[in-house]
Design a protein around this ligand. Sequence first.
Ligand SMILES: Nc1nc2c(ncn2[C@@H]2O[C@H](COP(=O)(O)OP(=O)(O)OP(=O)(O)O)[C@@H](O)[C@H]2O)c(=O)[nH]1
Length: 392
Amino acid sequence: MAVASTRCLLGTLQRTYATTQHYIPLSVKSVEKSRPIETLLDDYKKVHFDDTITADDQAVQHLKQELFRGSRSALASAITLVESRNPQKRARGNVLLQELLAAERKKHAEKGQDAMIYRIAISGSPGVGKSSFIETLGTELIEKRNKKVAILTVDPTSASTGGSLLGDLTRMQELSKNPRAFIRQSPTSGSLGGVTRGTHEAIILCEGAGYDVVIIETVGVGQSEYAVAEMCDLFCLLLSPAHGDELQGVKRGIMELADLLVVTKDDGDLETKAKITQAEYISALKFMRPRIRNWKPRVLRSSIMKPESVSKVCDEMYDFWEHISSNGTLMEKRKSQLTKWMWSHVRDEIMNVFSKHPRIASLTATLEQEVQSGKITPGLAAEKLIRVFFGI
Ligand SMILES: Nc1nc2c(ncn2[C@@H]2O[C@H](COP(=O)(O)OP(=O)(O)OP(=O)(O)O)[C@@H](O)[C@H]2O)c(=O)[nH]1
């Protein structure tokens, strides 16, 4: 059905382009045709989809039972499954996710909002103290508030370099030993799109596995914050006291995403600096439009040396949860996020297929250079790429 409608769309595109031959960029002598789209679609289907897996698949059923039992290793395997590019594994991952969604819907109908996992994003520049803060917050949630906590990281640098700016698990040593905590690093391959799809699905898996809170940690270096803001209920931005007198470490756009700001390292010599930083951010926030109805983001201070300060941050997080649950914002936000996730996956996948096409890959550098030197317009270059891709 999808293939049929794509073909129909392609037919329309082909007719449209047939009447616009003269738009071929002057610098490009002729449009090199790639293979016909039908062959490409068949290849794509073989590489990406497996429709033979059904809900009674043994591996899926086993994993589901283990997840419901609260097995951390089953959760890790399930996340690996949904991240896989292997068609059979992905198909199993999709079936498992469907099964979990059905169970979640049932739980939600019985228990209402209590059945929902609280999705908290923690962001901040490298070195601000994210891992240390999460370790203390996680311990507070588990020990004092009887919660089960999952921690997922979204690290765009790992997608491009294969390394990870967010480092390894050694920085959350206590939490990683706690049986009520689960920690998962960002996958170190694929695009940011792949990383975010993996994270969306990992959140659903954590919810299915009975976790009460999922903390999504991201490093404050650009687009990842926007992606993460679309995954969470609360966006908490950590601020370093060292940057207090300039407000320069944090871009205004990122500040606007925050529902809560926390100045870290409020201890020893840095205490005065932390207070100044707090005051500066409070006054900077006065000029910002609040993101959530009737919620004014607060700026708090914390130190890992003073667990009570992290406990206060935790109280504030739960006040926010009460606020968005009671005024309907939570459900509205989640619904709109789900449709945004869907379209972001479509965009990422289409771009992925497009940019990996051999003809496109070989043309990209030349066309980018021609666009930059003003030989052709970006629009014309895009048109050329699209025609080469579709072979029209
Ligand atoms: N004095 C003090 N130092 C802290 C506090 N929190 C973190 N630190 C120190 O700050 C440094 C960076 O802390 P991390 O928790 O690794 O920071 P991060 O933001 O996760 O770092 P990246 O992974 O590089 O993004 C470490 O040396 C910590 O010991 C705090 O509350 N007080």
